[in-house]
Design a protein around this ligand. Structure first.
Ligand code: RB5
Length: 154
């Protein structure tokens, strides 16, 4: 059973709460990394907590939500091994799993509605990675981090 976590900032709080309720109704367990209310917070703090939990293998995949999803995208994709994908449509939600092995789903709480967000979450959670030629491409992405760390260049 995969371990899942979710986090947001204040702009994504309402959608976070509705996604938690949606998944709980389906019997899907997930850890809530906060925030606990809609008071103003800084999205990097919450994006970092999910990215680190995945890197440290405390959870397998995460969902992060801010106003547009852009701030969270910038934050989580700075972490090696994180493949965060901003989704506002079902095609992207499917393809980012099949081709990119997305391990963080990012959404904009001020961009998409609850109904679409639920379908995106469902699709993203239930679509497997295809591997094969796509794994080779992901390996090339991992190489970027390795080379930057060792040589300072790619
Ligand atoms: C918060 O006002 C907003 O800037 C944030 O949720 C996000 O959209 C940033 O990218």
């Amino acid at each position: 059973m995969e371990k899942l976590a979710i986090a947001s900032d204040h702009a994504g709080f309402e959608l976070k709460e509705s996604i938690i309720a949606f998944l709980q109704k389906k019997g899907v367990k997930l850890q809530d990394f906060g925030p606990v209310n809609s008071d103003r917070v800084d999205y990097p703090d919450y994006g970092i907590s999910i990215a680190k939990a995945i890197q440290e293998k405390k959870v397998d995949r995460g969902i992060v939500i801010c106003g547009t999803g852009v701030g969270m995208s910038i934050v989580v994709n700075r972490f090696p091994g994180i493949r965060g994908t901003l989704c506002s449509d079902l095609y992207t939600a499917k393809m980012c799993r099949e081709h990119n092995d997305s391990n963080i789903l990012i959404m904009g709480g001020r961009v998409i509605g609850k109904g679409l967000a639920e379908e995106i979450v469902d699709t993203w959670l239930n679509t497997p990675f295809e591997g094969g030629r796509h794994q080779k491409r992901l390996d090339k992405i991992e190489d970027i981090d390795r080379k930057l760390e060792t040589k300072g260049d790619i």
